[in-house]
Design a protein around this ligand. Structure first.
Ligand code: CIR
Length: 324
């Protein structure tokens, strides 16, 4: 439930130049200005609470990922041991942040099974089990469904009710206020419409995705009401559609590398790329999020098979929220 309204302050970041955070509070408790109304402050508090995930699911990496995981560039060679060490760092980080992690064993028959973000979309106690368009990934939903239903007590809704719909969770950007769903090679309009029907309390906008696997391959939430976005033409075209369709005036942080724009904001901590992998984007994170708790994590190996940070964990708010 939303906490009682209190006067919350924040510093403005005109034209994306400012520095987020400060005051030790949630990302939307920024020092230097005030919310115009109590309602806005309450709404910002509710939005921030969407990032306080108490639970999450990860799945360990099968050996088969190295040779059989789907990828856009066939020439890459994955160092599977390094991939596992990098994945372990994310698991440790989430555990340290007190996210109760359900850890699944790998399945050699499912080379992409560690990308647990894709098989389901979870919000307000409801889990949509997606129709994954890639035949080699379709059975990933089995284990994920079981954990969501039996362990995390989510109400499961099967997208297979609509045979024509396809969707990967990597195309679903939830801001805490509304959804943007990428229409991509993996997700179609029927998939977006299915999601809109289930999460009918929220605005759901379709965003055409070009030049990237998923919408979140080039943008993600870097904090409440803050969208991190890549600077490629593709990323900027997607952002333009978001700005046109959005119900809210989001702040944006533009990063030189699209891959680096896939970051995770969890429990007031921003998990983002390392300096080694993306020095220019890393610098922007350090400057713009100076006063925010941050953790830099490597992702070089899973990136080779098109996985970003967000796709390696399925984060769950266990119970429904009282909405704005
Ligand atoms: C695939 O092509 O399906 C996997 N190799 C990568 C999936 C990454 N998922 C995501 O970014 N949400």
């Amino acid at each position: 439930m939303a906490s009682p309204a209190k006067k919350v302050t924040y510093s403005t970041t005109k034209n994306g130049q400012g520095n987020f955070g400060g005051g030790g509070g949630a990302m939307n408790s920024r020092s230097g200005d005030t919310f115009a109304t109590q309602a806005q402050a309450v709404s910002a508090g509710v939005v921030a609470s969407y990032f306080d995930f108490p639970a999450g699911i990860i799945r360990r990496i099968p050996d088969s990922l190295a040779d059989q995981a789907l990828r856009m560039d066939d020439s890459v060679v994955v160092d599977i041991d390094l991939a596992r060490r990098q994945h372990e760092k994310l698991i440790m980080t989430l555990r340290k942040l007190n996210v109760g992690m359900s850890e699944m064993e790998p399945d050699e028959e499912l080379p992409d099974c560690c990308f647990v973000e894709d098989p389901a979309v979870v919000l307000d106690g409801i889990a949509i089990i997606a129709n994954m368009s890639q035949p080699g990934r379709a059975n990933e939903v089995i284990g994920i469904r079981r954990i969501l239903k039996d362990d995390l007590r989510q109400r499961v809704v099967e997208m297979k009710e609509d045979q024509k719909a396809t969707l990967d969770g990597g195309d679903v950007l939830f801001t805490g206020r509304e959804f943007f769903v990428g229409i991509s090679r993996r997700t179609n309009q029927a998939g977006a419409s299915f999601l809109a029907k289930i999460f009918s309390d929220y605005n759901v906008s379709s965003i055409n995705v070009y030049g990237a696997l998923h919408l979140k391959s080039m943008m993600s939430m870097a904090g409440p009401d803050i969208i991190a976005v890549g600077s490629s033409d593709y990323a900027q075209r997607a952002l333009k559609q978001i700005i046109e369709k959005a119900n809210h005036d989001y702040k944006t942080v533009t990063l030189p590398d699209d891959d680096a724009a896939n970051c995770l904001f969890v429990k007031k901590t921003l998990i983002h790329c390392t300096q080694e992998e993306y020095p220019d984007s890393y610098k922007i994170f350090t400057e713009r999020f100076r006063n925010v708790s941050r953790v830099a994590l490597p992702n070089s190996e899973l990136k080779k098979v098109d996985g970003g940070l967000t796709c390696r964990a399925l984060l769950v708010l266990k119970t429904p929220k009282i909405l704005k």
